[in-house]
Design a protein around this ligand. Structure first.
Ligand code: HEM
Length: 403
């Protein structure tokens, strides 16, 4: 069967959906794969868990490369037109993934356990029992930046503002309309970052450097070196892909242990349960809510044809709430048999390269908080949670908790 417009009027980038995604999921499941016109472009979405996995595991039929000039894509071109891993197909995808792969090998990731423990100790050491703080500003963002930008990427603290300022300009892209120019503030911040990358890679080529910048500087042969623009694209991808996801995941994990004292107690008694808290928190509130794919040829998904050339909004957040796979999807339950099957890290060839870093370090923080602060609670349980969204993400903007 071929369909051009479905009964559900749906704009995955629109605020009506972004502000209350849970309310939309049941109707999306019913009509999925669904069809709509966005910025004049016939588009499709998939929301069911099985459909999302079908799309994500088939890069030949569902490409990650954004077609040039497609209206609407200006809003998600964070990388100034550079080819980056997440928006590329073979052979570029493999080439870029190989360049950094050395930094993600299990023994290299294991080396992050010690600095992560030190950072956690330092951050929690500043928390006073009984005092209310915004955990997003005081703990989760600091943890993610120190660990990922500092330790993993190897950027000195004095240079962190280069990437923080650049990231702050990304929300300006949300306002760009089809065919519109990129905001000057964004372009200026990109230029400063690309310059930094050129110098950092050159420096790292002459010294023993175990950070990601060091790995790239020393990558010859396979994959080959990156151009300055590609390096900046890579750094931005790793920075926003890492900090922008790890920080909110810690926040929602802390929220969940505070709301479920039985689970916090279990983590105190059995620290390995912190990993289960992480997985279920990611399923419930995945920071990346959708990824884009572009259908390359007419393809049937559950008996419905998606036409070649159609952008496909692949709804990770919805898939993680599919009741056929996750009974009582809104319930926080760390004893689900299929706990780790969620698609919050994606699925298929683009599965998150940083998933092992997240799975190693975030449980350390959850376990440390559960152990040191048994009275952790949301400071004002009557206040509404502050969710912030972008076209692709959803996270707690702030969260006041009393320790
Ligand atoms: C809670 C933490 C994280 C979440 C929820 C998350 C989510 C995701 C998702 C959904 C994808 C798939 C994108 C797609 O299919 O188009 C992805 C890919 C990616 N992630 Fe993560 N991520 C996390 C942590 C990290 C970290 C810590 C890093 C780096 C240090 C990172 C770097 C990347 C990169 C480079 C890709 C592209 C992989 C590829 O295209 O082959 N992520 N991530």
């Amino acid at each position: 069967m071929s369909v051009t417009e479905s009964s559900v009027k749906f704009d995955p980038f629109g605020l009506a959906f972004r502000n209350d995604p849970n309310a939309w999921y049941p109707k999306l499941f019913e009509a999925s794969p669904g069809f709509m016109e966005l910025d004049g472009v016939p588009s499709a979405y998939v929301a069911k868990f099985s459909q999302v996995r079908v799309v994500m595991r088939d890069p030949l039929r569902f490409s990650s490369v954004k077609p040039k000039g497609l209206p609407g894509m200006e809003r998600v071109d964070f990388f100034n037109g550079q080819t980056v891993m997440t928006y590329s197909d073979a052979p570029d995808h493999l080439r870029l993934r190989r360049v950094v792969n050395g930094a993600f090998l299990p023994h290299r990731i294991a080396e992050l356990a010690a600095p992560a423990a030190r950072i956690i100790d330092e951050l929690l050491g500043q928390v006073e029992e009984g005092v209310s703080i915004d955990v997003v500003a005081e703990i989760t963002k600091k943890m993610a930046v120190k660990l990922l930008l500092g330790e993993f990427l190897g950027v000195a603290e004095k240079d962190w503002p280069i990437f923080q300022r650049f990231t702050a300009t990304l929300s300006l892209l949300d306002e760009v309309r089809p065919g519109g120019e990129k905001p000057q503030a964004y372009l200026d911040a990109w230029k400063v970052g690309a310059e930094y990358c050129r110098e950092a890679v050159a420096r790292a080529g002459h010294e023993e450097n175990r950070s990601l910048i060091g790995v790239v500087a020393q990558a010859g042969g396979e994959g080959g070196p990156l151009s300055d623009g590609e390096m900046m694209g890579m750094m931005v991808l790793l920075f926003i892909g890492g900090v922008g996801t790890v920080s909110p995941t810690i926040a929602s994990s802390l929220l969940n242990i505070s709301r479920h004292p039985d689970v916090a107690k279990r983590v105190r008694e059995e620290p390995a349960a912190a990993a289960l808290v992480l997985e279920e928190s990611m399923r419930l509130d995945p920071p990346v809510t959708l990824v884009m794919r572009f259908c390359t040829r007419d393809t049937e998904v559950d008996g419905i044809t998606i036409r070649g050339g159609t952008p496909v909004y692949t709804m990770i957040g919805a898939a993680n709430h599919d009741p056929d796979v996750w009974p009582e999807p809104l319930r926080f339950n760390i004893d689900r048999q299929n706990l780790k099957d969620h698609v919050a890290f994606g699925y298929g060839v683009h599965t998150c390269i940083g998933n092992a870093i997240t799975r190693l370090t975030v449980p350390l923080l959850i376990a440390a908080v559960a152990r040191r602060f048994p009275n952790l609670r949301v400071s004002d349980p009557t206040a509404a949670l502050v969710w912030e969204t972008t076209p692709r993400s959803r996270h707690l903007g702030s969260l006041r908790m009393t320790f």
